[in-house]
Design a protein around this ligand. Structure first.
Ligand code: HPA
Length: 265
């Protein structure tokens, strides 16, 4: 076991989840809905970076959702805190270490496509890495990125969402930026020109890392606000967290149905 990157408490050995979920800003309340929930603080896992950002409490939860075993990472670290891209993808390597094969990445994102609506969810179809950082730097790992976000899982999620009247899913391209400052209106116009539908500061390094390890990836963005310049309003982190909180219930309803379907695909 000495060559393993993360040193995990022994009690975690009782759980054998195949699905891992990473929760974004404001979505932490999701974990209250887990059955048989066992929690481990990130500080009790040797090798894992610790976040200091409000709304990103660092805990790993192991429990059941819709009757299926799942690991949920509540809180992640970001480039803007000074971590490397490789460090921001640590949780994915931990998931891989414990046998997880499918990762569900969630985040809070700003809207770039003005047809999208705050408070709604966007299924990530593809991404733009605008940070020029990679979690794979240092390895000659030339992975294919033709289909980072599993098409089969996306189709399944869309049909599950269609069964729940309130859970309408947008679908689009997520642009990863460094932050921590939000974009200028000129940057939001540029992002739209590049083909982005939403913008945020996470998820992409985890998706790249997961693909490099041969895992399946699903990405879901909570559209918390219009990007700068799309309305006359200023952006605030408090609003991002609050809208995320309100949208967490819908994510739960969707995943409660979709997680059991995920293990069948
Ligand atoms: N921009 C970047 N990241 C974000 C935003 C935004 O508008 N909202 C939530 N995360």
């Amino acid at each position: 076991m000495g060559d393993q990157e993360f040193h995990l408490p022994k009690s975690l050995g009782n759980h054998t989840p195949k699905i891992g979920l990473v929760l974004g800003s404001g979505l932490g309340s999701f974990v209250d809905t887990l059955d048989d929930n066992e929690q481990v603080a990130y500080s009790d896992i040797k090798g894992l970076p610790q976040s200091g950002v409000e709304g990103h409490a660092g805990k790993l939860h192991l429990g059941k959702l819709g009757g299926i075993e799942i690991a949920i990472a509540q809180g992640r670290v970001h480039l803007y805190e000074g971590w490397s891209a490789k460090e921001t993808a640590s949780m994915i390597r931990l998931f891989h270490q414990i046998g997880i094969t499918t990762v569900v990445l969630t985040n809070a994102a700003g809207i770039v496509n003005a047809n999208f609506k705050p408070g709604r969810w966007m299924l990530i179809s593809d991404h733009l890495n605008l940070t020029r950082q990679s979690p794979l730097t240092g390895e000659a790992t030339f992975i294919d990125q033709t289909e980072v976000y599993s098409r089969a899982l996306r189709e399944m999620l869309k049909s599950e969402a269609a069964e729940i009247a309130s859970a309408y899913l947008f679908e689009g391209v997520y642009a990863w930026v460094n932050g921590p400052e939000y974009e200028t209106p000129a940057e939001v116009r540029m992002l739209r020109g590049y083909g982005a539908d939403a913008v945020g500061m996470s998820t992409v390094p985890e998706a790249i890392q997961a693909r490099a390890l041969g895992m399946r990836v699903v990405g879901l963005s909570c559209l918390t606000n219009y990007g700068a310049g799309l309305t006359g309003q200023a952006l605030s982190h408090d609003e991002v967290i609050e809208v995320g909180r309100q949208a967490a219930g819908e994510l739960f309803t969707l995943l409660e149905n979709a997680v059991p379907a995920m293990v069948e695909i």
